[in-house]
Ligand binder design. Structure first.
Ligand SMILES: Cc1cc2nc3c(=O)[nH]c(=O)nc-3n(C[C@H](O)[C@H](O)[C@H](O)COP(=O)(O)O)c2cc1C
Length: 260
């Protein structure tokens, strides 16, 4: 299966993707950086699922993408499902600008309190959203707005700078908003001066369709149609790999071990 310079091929773990270029000639894993000559640094990647549906299509694809990294050395992943959380959007009260202090991110007392420290400690954030009318979900938008504490906050401003961001989407139909959705998430990464990773298969991140080939048909009895999308799930795995690669490069640069 080929497309846009990417080659999809079966291997022991299912469908893998590699770019059809000399650099990636050995396929997935080529980006894996040798651990023999340097100190192993644990990389943490946090996936945040913005679907209102628990254990739905988006969550299943996100889980698969991050569990794909488990074979790699020194990687920790975690997933937060926003559907489990209770929080509102940003009220633009400017409390964070004036009063934010160590451990006190936002004046609102809600579940964002548990999410802020996790975002702070990881190297990369993979934001996964279903397409809702050609854009990210309301849940995801509310969560992103609450991250203003990391832009203008008195104690935590600039703290997402140089973290790696990846955008992942699921849509029901082709041509109905995957690119605009990924773009809306990437805009947030740019605003935070994060480093944006892409899968290369989708230029703006990674995406899957929850109907066959994105044509609006579903297979009866299949709970997660998005997992049937070989091209899309391969793009999600590649996005996770690319995030890991970039996170390692940033860590290596910071510790003076560059090039890794
Ligand atoms: C409010 C709403 C708006 C939607 N808008 C779109 C859309 O614009 N384009 C599209 O392809 N799918 C759209 N969908 C379908 C979802 O993106 C799709 O069913 C997806 O698989 C849902 O994933 P989830 O079950 O993980 O939430 C919409 C769904 C909802 C609930």
């Amino acid at each position: 299966m080929e497309g846009y310079g990417w080659v999809l091929a079966e291997n022991k773990k299912g469908l893998a993707a590699r770019h059809d270029s000399p650099r990636c000639a050995k396929g997935v894993g080529k980006y894996h950086i040798s651990m023999t000559q340097r100190q192993v640094v644990m990389i943490k990647i946090l996936g945040i699922c913005g679907s209102p549906v628990k254990k739905g299509n988006m969550e299943s694809v996100l889980k698969q993408a991050l569990s794909h990294l488990q074979d790699q050395e020194a990687v920790k992943t975690e997933i937060i499902t926003l559907a489990d959380k209770d929080f509102n959007g940003c009220k633009h009260c400017n409390w964070c600008v004036k009063n934010q202090s160590e451990g006190e991110f936002c004046v609102q007392e809600d579940d964002m309190k548990t999410i802020y420290p996790k975002i702070l400690e990881v190297d990369g954030i993979l934001l996964a959203t279903p397409v809702h009318f050609g854009r990210l979900s309301g849940l995801m938008a509310n969560m992103i707005d609450r991250l203003r504490v990391f832009v203008h906050g008195n104690a935590y401003r600039g703290r997402l700078h140089n973290k790696i961001g990846g955008a992942l989407a699921v849509a029901f139909s082709r041509g109905r908003g995957v690119e605009t959705t990924l773009s809306s998430i990437n805009s947030m990464f740019f605003a935070f001066q994060m480093i944006v990773a892409t899968s290369g298969m989708y230029q703006l991140g990674a995406a899957t369709f929850s109907s066959t080939d994105g044509k609006g048909k579903v297979i009866k009895g299949v709970r997660h149609m998005a997992l049937e999308d070989d091209f899309g799930t391969a793009s999600a795995r590649l996005l996770a790999e690319r995030m890991l690669e970039l996170a390692r490069i940033v860590r290596a640069g910071r510790s003076g071990q560059f090039p890794p």
